[in-house]
Design a protein around this ligand. Sequence first.
Ligand SMILES: Nc1ncnc2c1ncn2[C@@H]1O[C@H](COP(=O)(O)OP(=O)(O)O)[C@@H](O)[C@H]1O
Ligand SMILES: [Mg+2]
Length: 436
Amino acid sequence: MTHVMEIATPFLPLINQKKRYKLYYGGRAGGKSFAFADCLLALGREKKLFIACVREVQNSIKDSVYKLLKDRAEYYELVDYVFYDDRIENVVTGTRFIFKGLKDQNSQNIKSLEGVDICWIEEGQSISKASWDILDPTIRKKGSEIWVSMNREAENDPIWKAIAAHPDEKTLVVKVNYYDNPHCPDEIKYLAEKCKAENMDDYEHIWLGLPVAQGSTKLINAKDVRQAQESDILSSTSPLIVGVDIARFGDDKTVFCFRRGRFCERLEVSDKLDTVDVANKITNIINEKKPARVFIDMGNNGAGVYDILKDRGFKCVRGVNFGNAAINDERYFNKRAEMWGLANEWLKEKPVKLPKDDELLDDLCSVNKSFDSKGRLKLEAKEGVKKRIGRSPDRADAFVLTFAEPVYDDGNVKQAGITSQSVESLFKTTSQDLGW
Ligand SMILES: Nc1ncnc2c1ncn2[C@@H]1O[C@H](COP(=O)(O)OP(=O)(O)O)[C@@H](O)[C@H]1O
Ligand SMILES: [Mg+2]
């Protein structure tokens, strides 16, 4: 009884779309190799194709996808395929598969690939720039396609740079990970989860397919911060939002941040304030400046401050738990990641103004980003940040707290997150400047 060939959805474009470049990337066990093999076998039975399976280094046919193609053909009982030592042929259509290492090619012997209809580059991350530069123009037959399967190694893998960094309409780039693979064996899922628990950096590279360096890249770009600090914005009529990062102990610093829309006016740093001092200071700010919102970090002694202010009946005060779920929990791992992520987007929507404060700059650029298995933005734990800059990024935390909830510009302050509407859809349903 022959098995029916089913192609997982992410791979359907291999068959039903015409593209010059089809690049699939991601971590281990996304199903790339199996799907490429199945699709090529299927296409080769439809019409006569010349298919080259290449990789950077191929010392023997054992290094190639030959065995995988053979296994798949046998599994489906595709008896029209014949397996020779160095090639595979389809006796009905005349399709032919050949296998080559690009490292051994030069401008002369590469000519044997000129009639190729589909070139499958396996382990695309290993392809050198030199190999790519001779291969790409060699695959020149009308309608020919280059298929790439890879797990990104570095930020600037030559083939990634050539094909995927700036994809055009002739290029398809698809990310697939083990959780996208409907056939992923439980044993493999177990290995992935184990790795995730043990070493996040490894997990992100091996199983999520992030380039090695990306697991440790900064969320916020120093250039964006400097530009905001140099900006000549002087004022804004947007409602005032105050963020307060509360000290851990009496000897630590409490930071207040004042922001109106695109204009972050200033930071105020206070030493040695106890809970009541901070509550009194916020009370003065509320009475004098009538902020639309005051967001207080509920960690450390924040909960105590919040309780006092609630007792005093201030409706504009909100407590924020960094570890809570994000409003947009499709995009952000938690509240902390959401606030930092929105602050980063704010910085990129120029012009914006930040106070000239070197510690704020350092704080903002201290945090590394990553992504969880659902692809949501996630931040490095605070301990790592502290080790790197020798202190807690209090100024930045006070600033990002001003992004805890969207604040409408008409002074009519609304709370998000009560319904399931995302921040993004909130933006879409109003034409007003929301004061972000
Ligand atoms: N079409 C399929 N049918 C059965 N098992 C599959 C199929 N595709 C993938 N698998 C399973 O998932 C595993 C990983 O797939 P693979 O193609 O090797 O992933 P990748 O090339 O992305 O690392 C395979 O070893 C196999 O067990
Ligand atoms: Mg593979």
